[in-house]
Design a binder for this molecule. Structure first.
Ligand code: PMP
Length: 401
């Protein structure tokens, strides 16, 4: 008999990882599947970064490093924060982890006591609530609306804060909605947070460089320096440099918090891979032109996908300001019937219909806290996107009202 801890029973496997696996399984069975679920760039890791990894191996950088990351990488991260975000951190205020996901895990695990609350704006990246639950915390959801461009309103944040609030999570450009807060909007949220000094802020800036229409990115500790002492600014190389498989994320924040996260990591994974750290050092300090070139490609795909979806009766797609996802509303099709006689009642039914009728894999909005939506990733080739949009259109037109 294997006993599973109650802590683990509180959480579910990541729906995006599961959907990706499902698409791979169907493909292995010879099915003509189009999967638009992938939360990672379709591009290769740039050559200079791969070269740096080979060189690290040649140079014998294959041993344990400091748990919190090599001094060289932590310095480079502190430089990145100084140059790009006008944030001053010493290298003791920086931690390197095995992906941004582990940064968040370390942060919650080292600060949350049973029953502490974590405010998670909706829609949210699937892992925030589950990592909070794993840490025996309680996610508290703050709704947003399409009309509000999926952004949390200051008054809703104010209402959600209690004596038990430990963290507020911010994530913009947002996965799944692509929402980006302007400086003014951040200042308004910061004004609420300044009134509640017991609340810490975790800002997940992983899509910082994937931001459209020449918008300039601003992170909350930069907009409101009064919050810097209680903000953990999370980032990583996965999305900006197409390095998801290298598993390298990082953060900067208050010294004591970083020290606790390093302590936790010393008893779990130890340092992130030494080779990935060398590669990340090159990513942050080497040529940056590919980041901008790839952004232009994403922008073209974004325009294509949103305009195709907005032509499909029953769907409505907001144009994302950043990241590489669209999060259309499919409520207009609720009540419609499939050829097999099933009624579409929610986003789960809709996503199932896409798979059953067209072998198109998308993700159900419920996984992100908004069940009337679904998520499509456009981090894939134009050809696949065109095929995906054709299938989406056929699946919708095939429904009977
Ligand atoms: N935060 C968000 C919002 C993400 O979408 C992802 C990846 N899907 C992560 C964090 C995790 O990034 P990493 O690969 O660095 O663990």
């Amino acid at each position: 008999m294997i006993t599973i801890s109650s802590r683990l029973q509180r959480i579910k496997p990541s729906p995006s990882s599961m959907a990706g696996q499902r698409a791979r399984e169907l493909r292995e069975q010879g099915k003509d599947v189009v999967g638009l679920t992938s939360g990672e760039p379709d591009f290769d890791t740039p050559e200079n970064i791969r070269e740096a990894a080979y060189q690290a191996m040649e140079d014998g950088k294959t041993k344990y490093t400091d748990v919190g990351g090599t001094p060289a990488l932590r310095e480079a991260i502190a430089d990145k924060f100084r140059k790009e975000n006008s944030l001053e951190y010493s290298k003791e205020q920086v931690i390197v982890c095995t992906g941004a996901k582990q940064v968040i895990f370390n942060a919650f695990m080292s600060t949350i006591n049973p029953g502490d609350e974590v405010i998670v704006p909706v829609p949210y990246w699937v892992s925030y609530p589950d990592i909070a639950l794993l840490a025996e915390g309680r996610p508290v959801f703050v709704q947003s609306t399409v009309e509000n461009r999926f952004k949390m309103r200051p008054q809703d944040l104010e209402e959600a804060i209690t004596d038990k609030t430990r963290w507020v999570v911010l994530n913009y450009p947002n996965n799944p909605s692509g929402a980006v807060y302007s400086r003014e909007e951040l200042a308004a949220l910061a004004a609420v947070l300044l009134r509640h000094p017991h609340v810490m802020v975790l800002t997940d800036d992983i899509y910082e460089h994937i931001i459209y229409d020449n918008k300039k990115y601003a992170t909350i500790a930069e907009v409101e320096p009064g919050l810097k002492d209680r903000t953990l600014t999370v980032n990583g190389v996965s999305k900006s440099y197409a390095m998801t498989g290298w598993r390298l994320g990082y953060a900067a924040g208050p010294r004591e918090l970083i020290r606790s996260m390093v302590k936790l990591q010393s008893q779990s994974t130890s340092n992130a891979s030494s080779i990935s750290q060398a590669a990340a050092l090159e990513a942050l300090t080497g040529p940056q032109h590919l980041v901008g070139e790839r952004l232009k490609i994403y922008a073209g795909r974004r325009d294509y996908v949103t305009s195709r979806i907005n032509k499909i009766p029953g769907l409505h797609c907001h144009v994302p300001e950043g990241a590489f996802y669209v999060f259309p509303l499919c409520q207009g099709l609720f009540g419609a019937r499939t050829r097999a006689g099933q009624t579409i009642e929610n986003g789960d039914d809709f996503v199932r219909h896409l798979l059953d009728s067209e072998m198109l894999v998308a993700l159900q909005g419920a996984a992100y806290g908004m069940p009337a939506h679904f998520r499509i990733s456009f981090a894939t080739s134009m050809e696949r996107l065109a095929e995906g949009c054709d299938r989406l259109e056929r699946a919708c037109l095939g429904l009977e009202k």
